[in-house]
Design a protein around this ligand. Structure first.
Ligand code: 0X9
Ligand code: CA
Ligand code: ZN
Length: 450
């Protein structure tokens, strides 16, 4: 009795133990499978994003001189880096090159460009940490006209910093507001310098320069120094420039992932072949509009500037490199005045755009004259809030030096935008003033009869 009871118990224990062993074995097997496939997957993520695409290379395409062709090429998801009179420079995968050839462009038009000669990071440019140190020291020096805030975090958790420049910066005085944004695209480091230049310009000259003092006293200037801190830091990893454009969501350690912030804004997002649905592409728009924390944080901020039903921000400039252009909406269509723009607003865009281009020597044009792009910040700022929003493409005009001019250019190229920046701040007081007043009936010139 005891024996058989024991035997039964033993058998039962052995059975559960056996099951346990089997379970453990199964787990081990599962873990092994996960490890093997997990590691191949992470290696694979570096070599192949899993959507059949491979690494982008830089090409120059000759004989391209029509916006229709450029937009058709952009629609394959390549990044058009430069638009010349009769050529374009693109970053494209071999698959995209095949697609472009299928569109009818001849192989003889393609030429691979050598990588940028100076790939060493230039210490004259501010890193994220150096930028933060600079703006924090200014905030301490100029408490009378500067309020420094963080409005949220990037995907990797870096604070997104904003400065409010105005007299009595801790009080809402109801003044007209201007928004300057910098560094949506990681490799466009010159734009961070433009943001710091603007901060220094408005603060260091306050109280001594009459124009600047008046502008700071009668406006609110918002400076968003760095919309893409994660991408910017990734672009300088290891002391070598990486040619990175997008943010780091979900990761920045391969050439395939990340969202193009300037295709992620929620106005006609993904509408018109001006962005890509493929996560490995340079112009990947994300799975939905405002899928990135960086664009979401700015959009939430801009929404807070609607007070008593009126958007306080009247004028905006978003800084990029390169090509030396002043661009205005819309970028999603070639139509200069579609139904979501008034003739009056179009006239203000053209007048302001040409005026600013006259000051910095850039070329003024509608954004889509370059190529169609959808989900861009200026289309969103104007489309949703009727803000006169421009995109500046800074120095240089050509792929040498392209995104990485040496630090010697920082002072001249940021100073070059002094007048357009002051003009934009001024015009925000009443944008309508840039248009000539209509002639009253009695003002017609008398016809002189002879
Ligand atoms: O493609 C962009 O986002 C901007 N150029 S950049 O080389 N800095 O990436 C330009 C956007 C202008 N808008 C349109 N072309 N529609
Ligand atoms: Ca004020
Ligand atoms: Zn850009």
């Amino acid at each position: 009795m005891m024996r058989s009871q024991f035997k039964e118990l033993y058998n039962a224990w052995a059975k559960t133990n056996m099951q346990g062993k089997l379970q453990r074995l199964t787990w081990l097997l599962l873990i092994a499978i996960l490890l093997i496939f997990g590691s191949t997957r992470s290696i694979a993520a570096k070599i192949d994003p899993g959507d059949g695409h491979t690494a982008s290379a830089i090409y120059i395409l000759h004989g391209i001189d029509r916006v229709e062709d450029r937009s058709a090429i952009a629609a394959t998801g390549v990044d058009i880096i430069e638009v010349g009179k009769d050529y374009i420079v693109i970053a494209a995968t071999p698959e995209q090159i095949d697609q472009i050839k299928q569109l009818g462009f001849a192989p003889s038009q393609f030429q691979t460009l050598a990588a940028s000669p100076s790939s060493l990071v230039d210490p004259a440019y501010h890193t994220y940490a150096q930028m933060v140190a600079d703006i924090q020291s200014y905030a301490i020096t100029y408490t009378n006209i500067m309020q420094l805030i963080t409005i949220g975090l990037s995907y990797e958790g870096r604070p997104i910093w904003a400065a409010k420049i105005s007299d009595n910066p801790n009080t809402d005085e109801g003044e007209p507001e201007v928004l300057f944004t910098f560094h949506q695209h990681a490799r466009e480091h010159l734009t961070v310098e433009q943001g710091l230049y603007t901060l220094h310009l408005l603060t260091d000259n306050y109280g001594t320069n009459v124009t600047i003092t008046q502008l700071v006293d009668t406006r609110v200037v918002w400076l968003f120094f760095d919309l893409n801190p994660d991408g910017g830091e990734y672009d300088i990893t290891g002391g070598n420039y990486q040619g990175w454009r997008k943010n780091c969501q979900p990761v920045c350690d391969s050439s395939y992932l990340g969202t193009d912030l300037n295709r992620n804004w929620d106005y006609r997002w993904g509408c018109c072949g001006g962005s890509s649905a493929i996560s490995s592409d340079e112009t990947y728009r994300g799975p939905s509009a405002f899928s990135t924390p960086e664009t979401t944080v700015i959009s939430n901020f801009v929404a807070t500037r609607v007070i008593s039903g009126v958007q306080r921000i009247k004028v905006a400039i978003d800084f990029h490199t390169y090509s030396e252009l002043v661009l205005w909406p819309y970028g999603y269509t070639n139509d200069p005045i579609p139904s979501d723009m008034t003739q009056h607003d179009h006239d203000i865009f053209v007048t302001m755009g040409e005026a600013m281009a006259g000051m910095n020597g850039y070329t003024p044009e509608q954004a889509s004259d370059l190529y169609i792009a959808d989900g861009t910040i200026d289309d969103w700022l104007y489309g949703v809030y009727r803000i006169y929003a421009f995109t500046f493409e800074m120095y240089p005009t050509s792929f040498n030096p392209g995104f990485y001019p040496s630090g010697d250019h920082i002072a001249t190229e940021t100073e070059r935008n002094r007048e357009p920046i002051l003009y934009a701040i001024d015009v925000a007081g009443n944008p309508d003033q840039v248009l000539p007043p209509p002639l009253p009936p009695q003002a017609y010139l008398p016809i002189v009869m002879r």
